[in-house]
Design a protein around this ligand. Structure first.
Ligand SMILES: Cc1ncc(COP(=O)(O)O)c(C=O)c1O
Length: 400
């Protein structure tokens, strides 16, 4: 594929994205429109399975599957053997959490610190473990910008802190947590550092080792523009040496005459059965993004999101809720006297996809800011300025 980076050819991005001629898709934080190479990779492999059998098709394209690990490694700055393919960000995060709880059981003294805007699916298992074991869930206070306050975190660290879990870019706010500074603050501390990069991978440069993450989880269908049902987990060498995933299967480990032997590297975090077609689609999506240049994509996404925030803020009664110093491509807003769900309905009726974000995704964050529901618009690099302008018009014309 010929390089597309800097300057970004938005016309070509749109031509590569069949859906962009049907809908103004500003829901990339939900699931993005894929470029056609992704759909072709998935359908092509399904056709091969249809013709020759699933296992046989896999064997024929074994090198292509191996290359997917290489693409992910390039994307997040690690080695291919530090990558596990999973079905979602949640599965990746959960497998990491299970490994920690299995290897060093969490008890009444254990503290689990999470960001105040942490995603619900990362908090719920902690609540479960806390209810049964007496471990404590604690939300790290925000700083004056509404991001994780690194100094508060450092002040509260002690040997009882077993896990620090941070969502890099929350689902329900445009803020970007400074995960690298948090990683630096945790260096030398025994706590396991879990970074949820579900909303950052693909839209921002993410380098897992330099963040200092023990684990980093991501999904395929959002900013990477891959198929649904794909994701990956990065595991640091320290995590691979010290932790054991639970439960294991015949992919994560081998049943030996004396017991079992874990797979080398992060493959021990994978199960045997997966959608292999979707994995090839994920590989194509990542290669496409790398070809565009992640920095270049990030710049374009930031421009579109900034345009949306500025122009929405000038509409009567509209409040943009995004916090932070650095911002992601997630734009959240409400309009006075219009319920967020009604606003979403009015916007989508005009062929503009946005989503409703509600306390179910991050209850602590919503309650801390007295919010009930917000509209979320999340432009990707293939969106046009005209689509942002159409969103702003739709909001302005919605009836209070
Ligand atoms: C911040 C964040 N983390 C995790 C997830 C879960 O991702 P998945 O549905 O791929 O498990 C989401 C999904 O929206 C998210 O926004």
């Amino acid at each position: 594929m010929s390089g597309m980076s800097d300057p970004l050819d938005v016309g070509r991005l749109r031509a590569d994205t069949a859906g962009s001629s049907h809908v103004a898709h500003l829901n990339n934080a939900g699931a993005a429109l894929p470029p056609s190479v992704v759909t072709e990779a998935v359908v092509g492999f399904l056709r091969l399975e249809e013709r020759m059998g699933g296992y046989e098709a896999y064997a024929r394209l074994a090198d292509d599957f191996a290359a997917v690990y290489g693409s992910i490694a390039t994307l997040v700055g690690c080695r291919p053997d530090q990558v596990a393919l999973v079905e979602s960000a949640t599965e990746g995060w959960s497998r990491a959490f299970q490994a920690i709880a299995f290897t060093r059981p969490l008890g009444p003294g254990s503290r689990i610190l999470v960001s105040s805007a942490e995603y619900a699916s990362n908090v719920l298992p902690v609540l479960q473990v806390a209810a049964r074991s007496g471990a404590r869930l604690e939300f790290i206070p925000d700083d004056e910008h509404g991001c994780v306050d690194v100094e508060s975190l450092v002040r509260t660290l002690d040997d009882d802190v077993a896990i620090v879990a941070i969502t890099h870019c929350p689902s329900q706010n445009g803020l970007v947590n400074d995960v690298a500074s948090i990683g630096a603050a945790l260096r030398g501390h025994p706590a396991w550092y879990l970074v949820d990069a579900c909303q950052s991978v693909g839209q921002l440069p993410v380098d897992a080792p330099s963040i200092g993450a023990d684990f980093l989880s991501a999904t395929g269908r959002k900013w990477l523009r891959g198929p649904r049902g794909t994701g990956f987990l990065y595991a640091s060498d320290h995590a691979l040496d010290a932790l054991e995933p639970f439960p294991i299967d015949m992919q994560s480990a081998t049943w030996t005459p004396g017991g079992y032997e874990l797979q080398p590297g992060a493959r021990r975090y994978e199960y045997f059965e997966k959608s292999y077609a979707a994995i090839l689609g994920l590989g194509s999506a990542i290669d496409y993004a790398l070809d565009c240049g992640i920095e270049t994509l990030a710049g374009r996404i930031a421009q579109l999101a900034a345009r949306a925030r500025t122009d929405l803020s000038s509409v009567d009664g509209v409040r943009v809720h995004d916090r932070g110093v650095e911002r992601s491509g997630i734009v959240t807003f409400t309009r006075e006297a219009v319920a967020a769900a009604d606003l979403v309905r009015a916007i989508t009726a005009l062929g503009i996809n946005v989503s409703l974000t509600s306390p179910a995704t991050a209850r602590h964050d919503f309650e801390a800011h007295g919010l009930e529901g917000m509209v979320r618009a999340s432009p990707h690099a293939y969106n046009s300025e005209d689509e942002i302008d159409a969103l702003v018009r739709a909001v302005a014309e919605s009836m209070p």
